[in-house]
Design a protein around this ligand. Structure first.
Ligand code: HEM
Length: 412
């Protein structure tokens, strides 16, 4: 009786996706809009809540890992883990378990079938029961220290080198290095967190948390470039076509990283108070772009072609030579930037906002990042307003085909 009552309550709270699944229409949600299904398929309560936003799911399987080419979601929960003293076989098993979990999580399903024994902790932590998948993607990467701990240094390729020291950075050990990175992106914060929480729960005893960062991006209607916490459009110059991705992002080699990519991560504190006291002309000179339109100096459209050395009719550079965009462009190397802002309360030492950018860039060769960061170097005008405090470089495997598992080509 009690069971039935519980079941009744749960049924009332079914998400629209669960409802479609139950009626054998899973997958149709992405094709048939909520309004089309509207009144005749959805129970009365669902009509009002119209929970159609999050019903798009992105398969975990494919040639490349999702979360790289995927258009940015609203939220990230990013985590770096350290590997405990475990055997390579145990790590391999963990990656197999994570594959099975990830494939379910991105569909909005529970990580495993629940047992009927109520004296056991539930398999899934439960905070997303009834929620849609919200375009959840899970992207896994490993570092050089991972290869070392697993006794796989012979698999290290020459381009997989640690970053050199960069001018002005003030890296803190607690945000630097680590063995495994998981980037969970979703259009819902709780969905992203739940995914990471359950993956780590499965890895208990094998991995420990080193650092984590949640972040957000104002992607709005997904048509315009999100603005960072300095108010500027961030992500304008980025690869978009499959051809761009082949040139810039996907690893060229034919080894265990085939179809994968390198992920450069920097935790960058942004000094909002200093920025907010800076006049608009100086803010725009810092980037070499106009704030409202996002256009490069001398142009009116955000996406106008430009080069750092464009000049006006008097022979003066259009962009300040020490502006962020001029120096980044001058490096002549491209990256896929997929960064998220963060706001973590108040810095106890300064009494100011603890906020910034979780900079995430994908590239086929880490040298692309090194060249851009070296060009920004000590001269970037933006340096006055930011401090790099964390860093990591991770090799993100190629995608997983059904029946395979994450990192299979590395372990076998
Ligand atoms: C808090 C730190 C940062 C902020 C606020 C920031 C902001 C921006 C903005 C507003 C733009 C212009 C619009 C666009 O194309 O996206 C831009 C461009 C760019 N940034 Fe950053 N950025 C930061 C850090 C970095 C870092 C660490 C790198 C790499 C080392 C980087 C690489 C680039 C590149 C490659 C471009 C495009 C350059 C081009 O137009 O050719 N940025 N950034």
């Amino acid at each position: 009786m009690v069971e039935d009552k519980k079941k009744g309550l749960f049924d009332q709270k079914l998400s629209r996706r669960d409802f479609l699944k139950k009626s054998g229409m899973a997958g149709a949600g992405a094709i048939i809009g909520a309004s089309a299904l509207g009144s005749f398929l959805l129970p009365k309560t669902q009509e009002k809540t119209k929970e159609a936003d999050g019903d798009e799911s992105i398969s975990f399987y494919g040639k490349h890992q999702a979360g790289i080419m995927t258009p940015m979601q609203k939220n990230v929960y990013f985590v770096v883990l350290d590997l405990e003293e475990v055997s390579r076989e145990e790590v391999k098993q963990l990656f197999k378990d994570w594959t099975a979990y990830a494939a379910k999580l991105v569909e909005g399903d529970r990580v495993d079938t629940e047992s009927s024994n109520t004296y056991l902790p539930p398999k899934d932590t439960g905070e997303t029961v009834g929620l849609n998948p919200y375009r959840l993607t899970l992207t896994f990467g490993i570092s050089r220290s991972f290869l070392k701990k697993c006794g796989l240094t012979q698999k290290e390729m020459a381009i997989f080198k640690d970053f050199p020291p960069f001018p002005k950075e003030q890296l803190e050990d607690k945000y630097t290095g680590g063995d495994i990175a998981i980037q969970a992106c979703a259009d819902d914060e709780q969905v992203a967190f739940h995914a990471v929480r359950n993956l780590i729960r499965k890895g208990r005893g094998k991995v420990t948390l080193k650092w984590s960062q949640s972040g957000f991006a104002a992607i709005g209607d997904r048509k315009s470039t999100p603005r960072n916490l300095f108010g500027f459009k961030d992500g304008t110059v980025n690869p978009t076509t499959a051809n761009d991705f082949d040139k810039v992002v996907w690893y060229d080699g034919n080894d265990w990283l085939k179809n994968g990519s390198f992920m450069a991560v920097r935790k960058i504190r942004m000094h909002l108070e200093t920025w907010d006291r800076t006049n608009l002309a100086e803010q725009e000179n810092t980037f070499g772009r106009y704030r409202d339109s996002g256009a490069p100096f001398g142009k009116t459209d955000e996406f106008s072609d430009f080069s750092w050395d464009d000049k006006d009719k008097d022979g003066n550079y259009l962009m300040p030579v020490d502006s962020h965009v001029s120096l980044a462009n001058k490096a002549g190397k491209k990256l896929l930037r997929r960064s998220y802002s963060y706001a973590d309360g108040i810095n106890e030492k300064t009494g100011q906002f603890e906020s910034g950018l979780l900079f995430i860039a994908f590239e086929k060769d880490p040298q692309q990042f090194v060249d851009v960061q070296t060009s920004l170097g000590a001269t970037d005008r933006l340096n006055e307003y930011i401090t790099h405090i964390g860093s990591g470089l991770f090799a993100c495997f190629g995608g997983v085909e059904k029946g395979g598992y994450l990192g299979q080509d590395l372990f076998e």
